[in-house]
Design a protein. Sequence first.
Length: 397
Amino acid sequence: MKIEFSPEHQSFRDEVRAFLDEALTDDLVAAQRSCPGIFLDYEHNIRWHRILHRKGWVAPGWPKAYGGTGWDLIQRYIWTTETTLASAPSLAPMGLGMCGPMLIGHGTQAQKDYYLPRILSGEDYWCQGYSEPGAGSDLASLKLAARKDGEDYVLNGTKIWTTHAHYANRMFCLVRTETSNKPQHGITFLLLDMDTPGITVEPIRFASGTHEVNQVFFDDVRVPQSNRVGEENQGWTVAKYLLEFERGGGGTAAHRSALERVRRLAAQVPTGTGTLMEDPDFKVKVDETAVQLEANQFTEFRIMSALSQGQNPGPESSIMKNLGADIGQRITELALEAVGYHGALQHEGMTGDNQPVPGPDASGMAFARYFNLRASSIAGGTNEVQKNIVAKLVLGL
Ligand SMILES: Cc1cc2nc3c(=O)[nH]c(=O)nc-3n(C[C@H](O)[C@H](O)[C@H](O)COP(=O)(O)OP(=O)(O)OC[C@H]3O[C@@H](n4cnc5c(N)ncnc54)[C@H](O)[C@@H]3O)c2cc1C
């Protein structure tokens, strides 16, 4: 199927390309291209965030009334594709992609008025406090205790795997306010300041050497009750609503671009009879991945279409999350297969003084990306848990 853009959409695409030519600097592109992880570091993503905010293009998915662009489905598709192909920095999703839509759906007017403009401007940088040791897939078993004291809740406990908590000045989190009912009932949704006394952020380092996630400790942390979203003990509904947005995000354009990089990489690798990209076995694997990618593209279109009609992403977003994680990991496996042992040598800097670096240029990056992307079938809900959701809520099994 070939998608033809209308003349209006073609001129929108030209406008996007012209903007990217002008606003996207070489160092931002270099930062994105050398990012081995799922999320780009704070410095580069916030610089791009502010550039987009000045242009009014920072929140393509939000309604216009709240500072979004008001773009239609095709415009958003064009935007994602063009920014990905241009290697523009990927923006952190915790504020724009999760907290913002959640507040638009469930926040009080005062919370919307205060927080939404700060998410748009980049003044607030959010992290997500859901998981705890012993409460990941089984999130409802979370224990971070919130006891009422005067106008505040007092928090004691811990959150883990908290992405970018070391950069964030805000956290949206789930706390336990009631223990006597079924687990889902006693959960409350809170917004808090990361500089509140009693909060400690400890880094967790990945196998690839990068620092993206943390463990956060709470020791008598006071959070005003006015920072609650929704009713007390009813936070599970808000939490599930937000997760649909976390899982409904795109990704196909990024995979398309990454697969293209694999093709270029493999075309540099000699096999004795030609290049790896000409090797029939390798080519079949690349082509199979390309077919899966096309299938995932259509799931993405379905989700975007639901969003454009005012619906939420729905449980179908779990399909997208699973396929996206599988395809992303598959692409890093192909890249690693292409660079072979050069990946480990370059990544570990084992090239020796005054020695040329062996292997294709991107070898070290392929190695780091392979390790970092292992996390994508766990973060945001594991593949197995997504399959359970699809079985129950989509297939009705
Ligand atoms: C890179 C990264 C970033 C993250 N960022 C954040 C963040 O910012 N904020 C946050 O709150 N959390 C974050 N997480 C945590 C993430 O949401 C959890 O790791 C995830 O939900 C899985 O929970 P768990 O690690 O406790 O594993 P477990 O739930 O213990 O799962 C262990 C294994 O058991 C399987 N399993 C569990 N239950 C079932 C079941 N019912 N049926 C079949 N199989 C099952 C799982 O699929 C998995 O293979 C992040 C995780 C990673 C890896």
